[in-house]
Design a binder for this molecule. Sequence first.
Ligand code: GLU
Length: 481
Amino acid sequence: MIRTRFAPSPTGYIHIGNVRSAIYPYLLARQGHGDFILRIEDTDQARYVEGATKLIEETLAWIGMQWDEGPIVGGPNAPYFQSERKAIYHQWAQKLIDMGRAYADDTSSEQIQKYREECAKNKVPYLYRNFRPENPPAWHEGLPLRFRADPKPRKWHDEVIGDLEAGPEVQDDIILIKADGLPTYNFAHIVDDAEMGVTHVMRGVEYLSSTPNYLALYEAFGLNVPRLVSLPHILAPTGNKKLGKRDGAKSVTEYREDGVLAEAMLNYLACLGWNDGTEQEIYTMEELVQRFSLAKIQTSGARYDETKLLWMNGQWIRKIFDEEGVDALYERTLGFWPAAADAYDDSYRKAVLSILYDRLKTLSDLREMTTYFFTDPVIDLDLIVNNKFLKKFSEEELSDMLQISSHKLEKLDDWQADKLQTALNELLEETGKKPAELFSIIRIALSFAPFSPALHLTMNVLGKNVTLARLQKVVTALEND
Ligand code: GLU
């Protein structure tokens, strides 16, 4: 049975890459009807950030990835916080001590610095094991505990990269337990993965270089090596660097606050380093679970592209509206409307959403894009007189165009969108103006915004009174200019 884990360190900021490291193990576990474990790797006290675990839990829950074992839900291998598993690591460490495979390290940091300098002078790589003490003291807390390496050629298989091998020169006496009594990542994850029955260790490719040391530990404990799966780096939008905080990528929380949907985030990240070999780009969670395969994870770095993420979010906004209806999408938009929208009821806001949802890239676009549905826009005649379709007309001609339109619309009793469309078409004939001319001036007069949905729909939602009042105001402004 497949058992995978996501093992984040609670350092506060949830990077895009952290979440992708959760998605692949999650998909694999669900596909194999196995278990997905959440384990909090909080042994590095210097990097610990209060509240970070909660942020991790909320992020997973938001994306829709329920863990089967871990914080909150518990499980047979509790506790799932490494800081609470100290006794377990010490028991495992004791096994190595008893086998003669671990020893206390009382070398001072000054001494270690000297060893390093000596190696640098002689142009040889620094390996602690070359300075391994002959008679180390008995181990007690307060002293680091080191592994006694057994350097030799090692071969292994990585599910993404393929067959690999490394020589003895990369294997060292790594620290297992630090002076503060807590284990290193290198040691703790081996113990935990073994105790928790993890079958697939899926993590960033940056752990590849340490794998020979991990293999030595598995061997010393007589453990079967789990399947090793190295996930490709996520690259910054340009160049060959890994994506970092400064590359314009926001944290997952920020994207969420900006109105990126969980479905889009999942979809985008799942495809950042994996594809099923088809042209398909939009996947639901169910489809991802079905289609995911280790063999299709790419070896090369995956380039982060925010434009693509936002495009995908737009696709998801449409998908929810088209497949689940306006109510389903509307629920997601709560909290993203301009403040002025509070004075309006749900049905009005839904009507607004229905005519412009297909223009949204993020839900927070609603704030800017819908203001004129809730407050009268500030009249800015420059937008009219400098408009590329309108600048050839005098202010008087412009005012006439609005006047004629206003009179005609006033007579319209049935304010339905199709009736409005007919009226607008008749106005084109009556005024002899081109659609770009007549519709631009009406559109600007109603919204003073760079974008508005189709005119007949906008007028339908604004209603007759508001539409006529706004047209009249602009007529007056043009006349008094
Ligand atoms: N705590 C490690 C990290 O956040 C996890 C690596 C792993 O998945 O084993 O990078």
